[in-house]
Structure formats: structure tokens, C-alpha cells
Design a protein around this ligand. Sequence first.
Ligand SMILES: Cc1ncc(COP(=O)(O)O)c(C=O)c1O
Length: 533
Amino acid sequence: MAEPSTRVRAAVRSEVGAETGNGVRAEIRAEAGAGIRAEAGAGIRAEAGAGIRAEAGAGIRAEAGAGIRAEAGAEVRAAGRTGMDAWLLAAADRRAAADLVRATDVRRSRPHLVDLASNDYLGLGRDPRLREAAAAALAEHGAGARASRVVTGTSPAHVELERELARLTGQPAALAFSSGYTANIGLLTALGDPDTLLVSDAHVHASLVDGARLSRSPVAICPHADLPALARLLRERRESRAVVVVESIYSVLGDAADLAGIAALCAESDALLVVDEAHGVGVAGAGRGAVHAAGLAGAPHVAVTATLSKALGAQGGAVLGSTLLREHLVNTARTFVFDTGLAPAAAAAAAEACRIVTAEPERVAALHEAAVRIAEAAGVDHAPGAVQSILVGSPVAAAQVAARLLAEGIAVGCFRPPSVPDGISRLRLTARAGMDLDRAVEAAARAAEYSAEFRTEYSAEHGTEHGTEPGACYRPKHRTEPGAEHGTEHGALRRPEHGAEHSPEHSADAGHPQGGGGAALAATGTTSGRRTT
Ligand SMILES: Cc1ncc(COP(=O)(O)O)c(C=O)c1O
């Protein structure tokens, strides 16, 4: 092993763009303790036959958006690892080979960046009024909720938040969760059982996918925004109850659901409609959400979920609907009952945000103006929400464009499998009220220019986050009898009997879950690839 003083410290850098043709062809070898480091925008690429080899203890580290890519025949491996370590390294290798490495990078939140990536749609995240509300709650109630909401964790800040959320969205009742993710899982698992069919749009968020998986319900995947297919699935169901799961504004492609049409089908079929308004509250319907705008707020067959972490600038999630539903969730939603309550400071900040959304409609108008300008500058169809997306194609191309933009002080979202429902990677440009429009427009134009330069023909396997083909229905094979919380006797071993269509490969490690099919989608031209609904 090399002495620390003689460690390999040379930086290997390839010019942005050179990665496509002029990768580093020599063997790069890091002895234990040495580092090969790719700065944002640089690529370290091993062509077939070249090796990037990490001895035990050496680290290969990819900074924001940089790709470490192993072509066929290249080796990325660590010596002397066994068991779980070896499995983790193999998973890391697979991610690297598929250009699907993600990283937490503090540099993406640097204040001087042109921020087209965060979800602070109304610019409330750093608003002094939210900070003051949070600080007051912090002083009064402490740093955390200290217990589950059903033990000692409900503070006056939670009660106030739920009142404000219900008022903003026009719903009879609200229940706050520690995140939008836990709200979705809590709701679907609390509604699911073997006699309740969940019909989920193929493009819903991972949290709804996970909720459906955990619900113990049969799950039918409806092709995206396909109302005739939805009607058929509801009509042909065997189960006595049904829950339809959609988003009001879809997060990746940015399209809006036809809520009136879907709600009418649900009413005809005696189904409950669950609408995730993560991208709708604070954005659609003068900030009151798309469900309110569609005249569906308070409808007994419609429930809403929301996040407090996007337009409301805070942290947490919520389910909105009838008082009967709220009472059911307080008693049965596992991510509510068995989770420590939302931090009171976050609750107080979100409550303040609800009041501001109502009092300052000009914020919502400013957000939409920014969205139109960004879409224009990027040369894509304008999407109805805050997110405007530019189609790039392959994951590596999207990561390269994002890294190049970051190196120039522009932060954009980089959407790669499994976050993209059709497997085609995109840049996500997010509009925000109060943003410097000139800088945003210039940055969006730059993003479009680099995307055009890097755009690749890319064939993605059809498939969905759900891991099964749209139109298919999967019915869980294991049924849990009442008994231990794990659903099986102590000492017993339970192996899920998932069929292929359950696609166990649902982690980011595995990349985009494959549901079969395999039709090629070509990412071409300058279109955003957005589906219109
Ligand atoms: C559609 C949708 N639902 C739910 C969530 C999860 O919300 P949270 O970040 O509050 O957990 C997100 C967040 O990205 C989302 O986009």
C-alpha cells in the first residue's frame, strides 16, 4: 500500500463533453487510501478492457452528477469483500454501469446558484413569517413532537395546521403526517384489504406505489390518463370496494389529471378517488388545489393527500377528506400511529404558509408566469404545474447535462429511472414565485441548448414503477391471518410469493423496474416527451 505522503492525488479530469468520445483510456488504479475524484461535470470512463479498481478501503467517489461508468469488460471491484459488503458493492457496480448513481451533494443548495431544482414553488421556504412561526413553535413545544400523535405527540401546532389545511383546500378534515410519503403509505395501507381493488394510474409517485404494494389489496395498474381503461377496470372488478389512485398534477411529465372525468367514473362505480395533490396544493386552483378547482372538495367519494414540503415551504404531509376517514386513519394508518408526530415547528410553518397562500394570490400568479417563461425559454410545451421538463434520453446524457449546468452555477433536477415512468431521462426545471426571471430564463435556455447537444436516441423498456404492465392486475398471494405483527409466528420464515409481475426489482439499485413489453421509445427532436391528457 502506498504511504500517505505518496498517495495518488493527481486529478483525472475530462473536459465536459469529451466523455462521449475521449474517455480516459489508461488504467487508473487507486491504492488503499487514495482517491479518484470526479468533480461535477467531469467523467471518468473506463473503456472495455480498462479497469477502475478499488482495493479494500479505497474510495471511488462521484460528486454531483459526475458519472463513473464501466463499459462491458471493465472491472469495478473491491478485493476481499464478502457477504453483505460484496452484495452492496455489486449493487453499486450495477448502478454505475447503468449510469444511475445518485448522490447527496451539499453544493446543489449553494445560495448563489440559479435554482431550477427545488420544490419551493411559492418561494415560502425562507419566508420570514414561516421562520418566525417555526421559531415560536420551537420555543414553545421543543425540537420534536417527542412521541406518536396518539400518545403525547399532538401539540396545538398540529391542531392549528389541520384546521388551516382543511380551510385552504375546502375539505371537512385534515390529518398531518410526518411527510407526504408517509401520508400516502398510511392512507393506502389503511384503506386496503383483499376485498378492495386499488386501481392506480401507471405514473403515480413511488410513495403511492409503495402504499399499494403494502396495502394487501389486489392492485390494477391503469395506463396513464386512460379513462376508458379505468372504466373497464372498475366495471370488471371482482372486489366489492375500489379505490382509484391518481395525482392531480403529475410530477415528472407535468400533465394534469382529468379529475372531473375520473371522479364521475368513481361515483358511477362506487369507488373512492384518492388524489395526490403534492404538486397541486399551492399551485392549481388559485393555490387551493386542483380538487377544489374541479368542485370536488368535500365530495364524500374523494380523498386528497398533500405534502407540506413543496409549495407550502415546510416539511410534512397530510390526508384531507371526511371526518370519518380521518378517524379511521388515526386508528389504523400505521405510518401515523407508529411514527413520531410531525415536528411542531414544521407544523406551525406550514400553517402560516396556508394563510399566506390564501392572503397572497399574487404568489400563485407569479409562479405560473415563471413556469410559462421557463417553458418558452426551454422550447417545451408549457405544463400546467411548476415543473417543466426537457427530454434528454439516456440517464448518462441527463446526468452530464445536469453536471455541466451545475458547473456553470445552474441547479436543475435530473430525472432518471426509476423516477421516470417511461424510462426516458429528463431534466426537470422548476418555476418558483419570486425567482429572478431573467436569470431563470437564461438558465432554461442554456439547459435546452445542452440537452439538444447531449440528447440521445434512447430505447427504454416499457414498464412502470409498479413493476407490472399497465392494464395488468396483481393479487397478493400471501394473506396475513390475525396474529403477530409480522403476520407470521415467531420462529417461522415467510417468503413472499410474489409472481414475476410484482417485480421485486423495485429499488433504485435495480434501475427502472421492468414489466416486460420492451417496445422501443425513441427520444428524438426537441419535444419534451410530455403526454397531453
Ligand atoms: C407526487 C408526490 N407525492 C408524494 C411525495 C412525497 O412527499 P414528501 O416529500 O413530503 O415525503 C412527493 C415528493 O416528491 C411527490 O412528488
